[in-house]
Ligand binder design. Structure first.
Ligand code: AQP
Length: 338
């Protein structure tokens, strides 16, 4: 039998996960986890790039694990691992920082967005893409399913991996991004010109995966639309961004084309109602399962320990090859009589 390709992706354990995370990433993870040898990272080290609360980070890490299992990531098939549990991430990140250039890191849109207006920008926010490259390359990843906002980081990962291989010999698999054809960038319901983001200040435009049915209906009912009063799917018109977002969400959830979905509706109210129903249908079973998973800390810890063990095996192998390639002296060579 042919060897399965490796798939890897990650999520930060900060804030509450949104419908954007679900449609842009988690749904693909769940659907493809058996086709690939899959690793899903809870990237707690990335959470330190902006101001954070240690208690919330620890709790958020467990809650994110419970959510991933509730969504349907199967701990028997897939490796779910907390980034800080495998030292190789931070170790390989240094090699990546010494492979990427200052100019490349300066061009990252996410760095510009997240650092704007902040007086104390952490150096880690700047080098974040080098750590992300390490996350991916450590597992010899072939495929990285992510939302569109991450495509620039994956492109940089490909660049540094190619540069490293060229300079030091073939160590890393060059990964490719898998961006979903629909809902790759779910927009904020109240401000459809901005990405739905778990760290947004005003959560009113976010659908959180653990929102109640009522909250989901209320937020979608209040979603910003426009004064055209016709349900049309127009791709590049900023004036129609709100309706376009609703159509893309409903199309993604029902596996249809947004243009075909638009043809079913005359009124914005009906489109909103159908969208809310489709979202609730997907999210309410997840919410139910989450309650059980998050309460069972023993089970969660044991699945995470299993993940760490599996992940460490691949990671230590890659790290040893990368260390050797750059010329680090293997530690056992300095012991007498070894
Ligand atoms: N609005 C979105 N539409 C589609 N995909 C999205 N993703 C995030 N927002 C959307 C995808 O979700 C995965 C996990 O994201 P993350 O938590 O690691 O960080 P992020 O990309 O920075 O997402 P957020 O929600 O905006 O988090 P914060 O606010 O904490 O920075 C990724 O694959 C991402 O593409």
């Amino acid at each position: 039998m042919a060897k399965r390709e490796r798939m890897l992706s990650g999520v930060q354990p900060t804030g509450q996960a949104t419908l954007g995370n679900f449609l842009g990433a988690f749904r693909q993870w769940r659907a493809q986890q058996e086709e690939y040898e899959s690793t899903f990272l809870i990237v707690d080290e990335h959470a330190l790039t902006v101001e954070h609360n240690p208690v919330a980070l620890r709790e958020g890490t467990l809650q994110m694990a419970a959510l991933l299992f509730a969504i349907g990531i199967d701990p028997m098939h897939s490796t779910v691992v907390v980034q800080s549990h495998v030292a190789g991430h931070a170790q390989l990140a240094w090699l990546m920082e010494c492979t990427a250039t200052y100019g490349e890191l300066s061009r990252m849109i996410q760095f510009k967005d997240k650092s704007r207006g902040s007086a104390m920008v952490r150096a880690g926010l700047f080098t974040y893409p080098a750590l992300m490259a390490a996350d991916i390359l450590l597992y010899q990843t072939d495929l990285v399913p992510v939302g569109e906002d991450q495509s620039q980081h994956i492109e940089l990962t490909r660049t540094v991996a190619t540069r490293f291989n060229h300079a030091y010999g073939q160590v890393f698999t060059i990964p490719r991004a898998a961006i979903p054809p629909l809902a790759a960038r779910v927009m904020d319901l109240s401000h459809p010109e901005a990405k739905m983001s778990k760290s947004s200040a005003d959560g009113q435009g976010n659908i959180y995966l653990l929102d109640t049915d009522d909250q989901i209906r209320r937020k979608i009912a209040k979603a910003k639309t426009d004064l055209f009063n016709e349900v049309l799917y127009v791709e590049d018109d900023p004036e129609r961004a709100g309706v376009r977002n609703l159509l893309e969400i409903l199309a993604a959830l029902t596996d249809r084309e947004p243009k075909d979905v638009a043809a079913d509706f005359q009124r914005y109210g009906d489109l909103k109602e159908a969208t809310a129903t489709a979202v609730i249908e997907q999210l309410s079973p997840i919410r139910e399962r989450y309650r059980d998973y998050v309460a069972d800390r023993t089970q969660l810890s044991s699945w995470l320990a299993m993940g760490r063990e599996r992940a460490s095996e691949v990671a230590s192998h890659t790290l040893a090859r990368a260390y050797e390639a750059v010329g680090f002296l293997p530690s056992k060579e300095v012991k007498n009589g070894d």
